[in-house]
Structure formats: structure tokens, C-alpha cells
Write a protein that binds this ligand. Sequence first.
Ligand SMILES: [Fe+2]
Ligand SMILES: [Fe+2]
Length: 159
Amino acid sequence: MRDLSHLAEFAPFVAVHDEFAERLLRHQDALVRGDAKAARAELAALRADLVSHMEHEEARILPVLAARGGWGRAGDPQFYRDEHAKIRALLGRFAAASEGLDPGSAGYPRAAGRLIADEEALVTLLAHHDDRESRCLYPDLVRVTTPAERRAMLDGAAS
Ligand SMILES: [Fe+2]
Ligand SMILES: [Fe+2]
């Protein structure tokens, strides 16, 4: 378990990142056991919740940071938006790839294996993004906002 005591206010945001990683693994579990329908459903649900989480950050959090300034070297608000765009693109690509999977076909094991290998790009990007938000975004917000403003920003966050 990570020590995130210094980010207590942001605990729901940190926890939901861990949940996203776990749900991607559940989608891959379903791929491996040959349940393409469950794999598609897991990925679709993850995509909906992850997109909603990023929309919340883009609408309610990043504009506040951008307006206040004062971010550190790796914490330019545009970095988060650029990474969100990459995450969205990968989710769309993998959803499309999973549509074509047929567990009854001879090519299924290879196709499922290839998809899981490709999805490593998303695993890596999500870990990097989580790290950037934990190390830069949340500490920068603590410096430039009041506790009441942070409560308002986090209110209604998808989790
Ligand atoms: Fe986030
Ligand atoms: Fe984010």
C-alpha cells in the first residue's frame, strides 16, 4: 500500500487511479479465459468511468491551476491534458480491437495475446499519469488553493 498521507484530501482521486489499473487487469483476465463478451464489457465500463474522471479534472481542476499559475517544472496543466488525450486514444483503439475478437476462432489466442501486449502501453501511461498527478498536480493545488476551494473542486468527482 502506498503512503499517501500527505495527499489525504485527494485520497478518492488516488484510490480511483488504483481501481482503474485493477479494472484493466480484470478485462485482461477475461481475455485470457476466452470470455470476449466480459472483456468488452469490462473495458467499456472502465472507458466510461476513466473518461468521466478526466472530464472532471479538465473542467473543474485544471482551469483553477492554470488560472493561478505557480506549478513546478513537470506540472504544466497542458501536460495532464495531453496525457488525457493519449489515454482516450488508447482506450478507443483497444475497444475497437476487442470488438473483433472471436473466442471460437482459431486465431483467438494470438489475437488476444497481441491485444494484451498492446495494452501495456496504456498500463504504462496510466502509471506515469498517476505518478505525475500525485507528485505535481495535487501538491501544486495545495499551494495555490484554499481547503474550501479544493473541497469544491473534488466534489462530484467520478469514483
Ligand atoms: Fe486523475
Ligand atoms: Fe488525469
